[in-house]
Design a protein around this ligand. Structure first.
Ligand SMILES: [Zn+2]
Length: 446
């Protein structure tokens, strides 16, 4: 009897323990499931919230007056996207000028340095999530976020921007390869004409198929009647500078050293050159040695380093200002510009509002860039703004047409001098002055 009782109690005790263990496990699982359910719900809400918050971006709508930084950023992305809608090889070809490969490489360099690929890096999945959810398990949210339209679009956008930049880099490489063998050929229309069989083989082996897709032909014997010694027309040199700085922060070749700039200006002064404003170019024939000095972009160092030297030798120059970028880190301030403009040595021109490649913009955007910068610069300087320098040298017939509505002249980056009697008024040629030039190189530019 006693034995039976003990067995009975043992079984009951065992059952009690088993039940309590079982129910506690069941309860734990139940709680865990509830928590996951709840987190999913919160995550879904966050996804909805983001999609709503950035609906304008998802629908590709540029908003009129962006207030917060995020909206401003997405506006910029959308605007650039509109511009680069089809990043095809045709568009990228606007950078290529085979007649002047070095200038083309410079334009590409400028585009590369202005193209901000890190623009969207602050919007990685994790950062967006961190900013929105504090109490939720990140892994749960992450899983749901991967399905999110907003994140998907951001990812696509980043890839697109990277693709565009890669294309620019390849194009630059191709052009550099051609530039390295430029003594082997000359240009005839769109063709590279190889000077001999050896040159032909070398050119055909160049890796330039991707962007450039050049036609290469062998030089044909010239007919005897052809006049092979056509003299180059004399013309006015329009010098193109960017910065005057000993320690460049940007594309090195575009920053002339202060001492070199001083030596160059001294040379002009001591050798009877007359510096003219670009607006005076049609009168250049009245001078024996006319020269026009131009600065693009409006860097601070032009005010601090170049301007004192211009004053020292009493030389005139033109500066082309990006109107929305005044007062920026490396750009001159409004007060700097006003001081220069009132000195009688400086003519101010436009370099647009935002330094975008104009040939890639819609006509209304081109109009905005040209008209607004002109109005704003006139307000700031009190000068009539009669000239424009096309950013990165990018223009097409729409750009020159609109430029002729607002300006008396337009500056390109096509290499060469200008004949005052046959001016390319809206595509004026210029001569780059590079950092590597010594005074002899400089003298040879004229
Ligand atoms: Zn520029």
């Amino acid at each position: 009897m006693k034995k039976k009782k003990i067995i009975c109690i043992s079984i009951i005790a065992f059952l009690l323990v088993a039940f309590s263990i079982g129910s506690s496990v069941f309860y734990k699982n139940y709680k865990k499931e509830q928590k996951i359910k709840q987190e999913k719900l919160i995550a879904q809400k966050l996804v909805k919230k983001t999609n709503e918050k950035y609906a304008f971006y998802l629908e590709n709508k540029i908003i009129e007056n962006p207030q917060d930084e995020t909206s401003k950023l997405f506006n910029q992305v959308l605007e650039e996207e509109k511009k680069n809608e089809e990043i095809n090889s045709e568009e990228i070809k606007s950078f290529i000028n085979l007649e002047n490969i070095e200038t083309s490489i410079n334009s590409i360099n400028e585009e590369i340095s202005n193209y901000d690929i890190t623009l969207l890096n602050n919007f990685s999945k994790k950062q967006v999530i961190n900013s929105l959810s504090k109490d939720v398990d990140k892994n749960t949210v992450l899983k749901i976020y991967n399905q999110n339209k907003f994140i998907k679009k951001l990812k696509e956008e980043k890839e697109k921007r990277k693709k565009y930049l890669d294309k620019l880099l390849i194009l630059k490489e191709e052009l550099s390869d051609i530039n390295a063998v430029k003594n082997l050929f000359y240009i005839n229309k769109d063709n590279l004409v190889a000077k001999n069989n050896d040159a032909l083989t070398k050119l055909q082996n160049l890796n330039t198929k991707y962007n450039l897709n050049l036609k290469i032909e062998l030089e044909q014997p010239k007919p005897i009647t052809q006049n092979s010694s056509v003299k180059e027309l004399a013309g006015v040199p329009i010098l193109c500078y960017h910065g005057v700085l000993d320690e460049p922060w940007g594309i090195e070749s575009l920053f002339v050293k202060t001492s070199e700039f001083d030596a160059q200006m001294k040379y002009l002064k001591e050798n009877g050159y007359t510096t003219l404003f670009a607006s005076e170019i049609s009168k250049a024939n009245n001078y024996e040695k006319p020269v026009i000095i131009t600065f693009d972009d409006g860097y601070k160092d032009v005010f601090t380093n170049a301007f004192p030297i211009l004053k020292k030798y009493n030389l005139k120059a033109n500066i082309y200002i990006i109107s929305a970028w005044l007062n920026g880190d490396v750009y001159m301030s409004i007060a700097d510009l006003q001081e220069m403009a009132s000195s009688s040595l400086i003519e101010v021109g436009s370099h647009t509002v935002n330094h975008k490649a104009l040939a890639k913009l819609s006509e209304s955007d081109i109009e905005y860039e040209l008209k607004t910068s002109q109005e704003d610069l006139k307000k700031i300087t009190g000068q009539n703004i009669t000239g424009i320098a096309y950013p990165t040298g990018s223009f097409d017939s729409r750009v020159t047409n609109i430029a002729s509505k607002y300006y008396n002249y337009g500056l390109s980056t096509i290499n060469g001098k200008e004949n005052p009697q046959k001016l390319n008024t809206y595509t004026l040629r210029r001569i780059y002055v590079y950092r590597k030039y010594n005074i002899n190189n400089f003298m040879n530019l004229f």
